[in-house]
Ligand binder design. Structure first.
Ligand code: SF4
Ligand code: SF4
Length: 125
């Protein structure tokens, strides 16, 4: 695989703010196991059916993006279930480039602020 041209540790976690993070059966079972929780309880607590999908992640408020995945630490800006995260999270961005990171780098250079965060509010989605 080509070398990664993005650094998630310098990113506020844009991909975790997507309104639809689909969770398939295997991923849901792994997340339930991660919390040592029965599947039925995990199903209600962590997931919901919406946007035509059987199961997507529930979200919570986020100061940068309006809403974000419930498993995101909004202060440290990182995933709290990294080892158990579902396939779409493991697979993203699926390339050596991450479009959002490219945009973030461009904005930070333009603003001459290496901590600048471009906000995209998905809270209404
Ligand atoms: S948006 Fe890109 S750089 Fe940011 S956390 Fe997701 S994959 Fe990493
Ligand atoms: S499970 Fe982790 S990597 Fe996936 S969207 Fe939620 S916080 Fe982000």
């Amino acid at each position: 695989m080509a070398k990664k041209k993005y650094d998630c540790l310098k990113c506020p976690g844009y991909c975790c703010s997507y309104p639809i993070i689909e969770v398939k059966d295997r991923d849901a079972a792994r997340i339930a196991r991660h919390f040592d929780m029965p599947m039925e309880k995990a199903e209600k607590k962590f997931f919901k059916s919406a946007h035509g999908y059987k199961r997507i992640m529930r979200r919570k408020k986020d100061p940068h993006f309006g809403q974000i995945c419930q498993f995101f630490d909004t202060e440290k800006r990182r995933c709290t279930i990294y080892e158990a995260r579902p396939f779409p999270c493991k697979d993203f961005p699926g390339d050596s480039n991450c479009g959002y990171y490219d945009f973030l780098t461009f904005e930070r250079t333009a603003q001459r602020d290496r901590n600048f965060i471009s906000t995209t509010d998905h809270s209404e989605d």
